[in-house]
Design a protein around this ligand. Structure first.
Ligand code: O2Y
Ligand code: MN
Length: 598
């Protein structure tokens, strides 16, 4: 097949783009697939590939009465999450990747992975998946093409991005597209690599079939490569949800919020305000995970969600924590690594209702109620089209995006960080983002419950030196005449018995309302050493909330001894950045120390 490859690629290809054809031919020559299928994103294609995946046991049809259009996939048990230790930024100079990324020399990476890719698709089909990150025709949008031997990847990509003919048409004859190559290989963790080549706008992923490692539009292009392009081109690629808050008077305010993995980000993006106290208020989702933001012609910062679907964590999702997510996953959803009920529905820990007596667990084994093992994997996922979301913003497909009035940085901290703080100014806000920390969960492999520094929630996703990234944020101040206000939030503060002191979920609307009021200059604040916080008299709306005064005090408290420890921990992070730690942030640190000392 290899010798006639270029012709075969060309004849069947629905494009004449010479750069694309030559690249597909070159990759096919290396990987040697039995056949090449160009994906058009049509309904017919979806049906054909779904039927094929069912026949091959890659997808298990769920009860179509209960979950129309839904399927279950079980990944290899050794392949259930992003693999940060196997994720590399391959820049010519090691310093360009920075101390927080794994680095590999590009030549070495191409050679090493090339050996794995060599013949890896023999006996398999190579799918050519053109996709757009962002609305078709938007000036924000970037085109990628992923070559993959996984039909599961194709079916996920068609949910997560605008995939197929529309993307190919937008690309036209341009050579400006991300070149993504993926092979599941033999799913051996010893031969698993996720390599990013920012200078070549290229991603090579080998040896995984799961999520963030293989759906290359998401973390790889939209964040790692995107952040690199953002710096080159003067915009921001961020790990942020985007939502619109509409008041009963019809005023809509858009905010973007960064949270590390598994901090209730999807819940916040789809929040339902408390019914009684917030009659007439509406939250609408523009995006649940990623924001691309650039200054608009009116001087405001505009954001799009580059994705078209949600790849959300399933466990803990229920009609109390996130009714809109439950509706979103009621149909046309791919579930990965959840448990299955006897009648072909899905189940997971934290789902509404009784725990069934018997299930099939995420690995396909019989499971009985009371078992010490989880029935669904803690990082089990849904892939659902954003169009299923009952509160999807009408602006989610707007090519111009939405104007952002507030940026919010959040994290999971059981102590130290109070419920909400407003930054004194842009530089101080960047400092708040840069010093974010969060207690780890299952989404990234590693220990659970340990605080790790996670600047702007971008630690695993920044495609270049973190010091340069923070400097880029500082530099953006000059490019945005009407800067958004910056806030820090923490829903996860605990009392001495380990109980959450803030109710969270829908009641986070109270914090959001304060943020919106601050943005529009409508409420006074109290100045503290950390920033501006809600006043106890004209501050947060706590009407109808069953919470003691002590709990509110605890959630909003600033404890000096905790902050002294926090500053030490922040210092360790800044020291890592060496001479690239931005001077302006070092000054912010000194100011905080002096406020703490006086
Ligand atoms: O574990 C994975 O492969 C997925 S990680 C993920 C998926 C959707 C949104 N965010 C994340 C994340 O880790 O931030
Ligand atoms: Mn994420």
């Amino acid at each position: 097949m290899a010798s006639t490859q270029a012709a075969a690629v060309g004849e069947k290809a629905p494009t004449k783009n010479p750069t694309l054809l030559a690249w597909v031919a070159k990759m096919a020559q290396m990987t040697q697939p039995d056949s090449i299928v160009w994906c058009d994103g049509s309904e017919e294609e979806k049906k054909r590939l779904t039927d094929q995946a069912v026949k091959e046991g890659i997808l298990i049809p769920l009860n179509q009465q209960k979950r129309p259009g839904c399927y279950l996939h079980r990944s290899n048990p050794n392949d259930v999450a992003r693999v940060e230790h196997l994720t590399f930024i391959c820049t010519p100079n090691k310093t360009d990747a920075g101390p927080t990324n794994n680095w590999m020399d590009p030549d070495e990476a191409y050679t090493k992975l090339g050996q794995h890719f060599d013949g890896a698709m023999k006996g398999r089909t190579m799918y050519v998946v053109p996709y757009a990150m962002g609305p078709i025709g938007s000036p924000f949008t970037k085109i990628g093409v992923e070559l993959t031997d996984s039909v599961y990847v194709v079916l996920n990509m068609r949910i997560m991005a605008r995939m197929g003919k529309q993307a190919l048409d937008m690309l036209g004859d341009s050579d400006d597209f991300n070149r993504g190559l993926h092979s599941t290989g033999d799913v051996n963790p010893d031969r698993r690599y996720i390599c990013h080549f920012p200078q070549d706008n290229t991603i090579w992923s080998f040896g995984s079939g799961y999520g963030g490692n293989v759906l290359l539009g998401k973390k790889c292009l939209a964040l790692r490569i995107g952040s690199y392009l953002g710096r080159e081109e003067g915009w921001l690629a961020e790990h942020m949800l985007i939502l619109g808050v509409t008041s009963p008077k019809g005023e809509t305010t858009y905010v973007a919020a960064a949270f590390p993995s598994a901090c209730g980000k999807t819940n916040f993006a789809m929040l339902i305000p408390p019914a009684e106290e917030y009659k007439g208020w509406k939250i609408e989702t523009v995006g649940d995970d990623i924001a691309w933001m650039r200054p608009g012609p009116d001087g405001r910062l505009y954001a799009i969600n580059p994705e078209a679907g949600y790849f959300g964590v399933v466990p803990g999702t229920n009609y109390k924590t996130n009714p809109n997510a439950m509706e979103t996953i009621a149909k046309d959803t791919l579930f990965t690594n959840v448990a299955m009920t006897a009648d072909g529905d899905v189940w997971w820990e934290g789902k509404d209702g009784e725990v069934p007596d018997e299930l099939t667990d995420w690995q396909g084994r019989p499971w009985k109620k009371g078992s010490t093992e989880k029935a669904a994997h803690p990082n089990s996922r849904f892939t659902a089209p954003m169009s299923n979301n009952p509160v999807l913003s009408s602006k989610a497909n707007d090519p111009m995006g939405v104007p952002i009035s507030a940026l919010i940085f959040g994290g999971r901290r059981s102590n130290t960080v109070p419920l909400v703080i407003q930054a004194f100014n842009w530089t101080h806000g960047v400092f708040l983002g840069a010093t974010m920390g969060s207690e780890t969960t299952a989404a990234a492999t590693g220990k659970v419950g340990v605080v790790r520094r996670d600047p702007m929630a971008m630690l695993p996703f920044c495609g270049y030196h973190m010091g340069d990234y923070l400097q880029h944020w500082l530099d953006m101040q000059k490019a945005i005449p009407q800067l958004p206000k910056i806030f820090q939030v923490n829903w996860f503060r605990q009392d001495k018995n380990g109980k959450f002191v803030w109710p969270g979920f829908g009641d986070n609307m109270r914090v959001l309302e304060w943020i919106v009021n601050r943005v529009h200059g409508r409420v006074p604040t109290k100045e503290t050493l950390l920033g501006w916080v809600p006043r106890s008299d004209e501050g947060l709306n706590l009407k109808g909330l069953d919470i003691s005064a002590e709990a509110v005090a605890e959630a909003t408290s600033i404890k000096e001894d905790e902050w002294k420890a926090e500053l030490k921990s922040q210092e360790v992070f800044f020291e890592q950045l060496g001479t690239k730690a931005p001077e302006a942030l070092m000054l912010q640190r000194k100011l905080l120390i002096s406020r703490l000392e006086t």
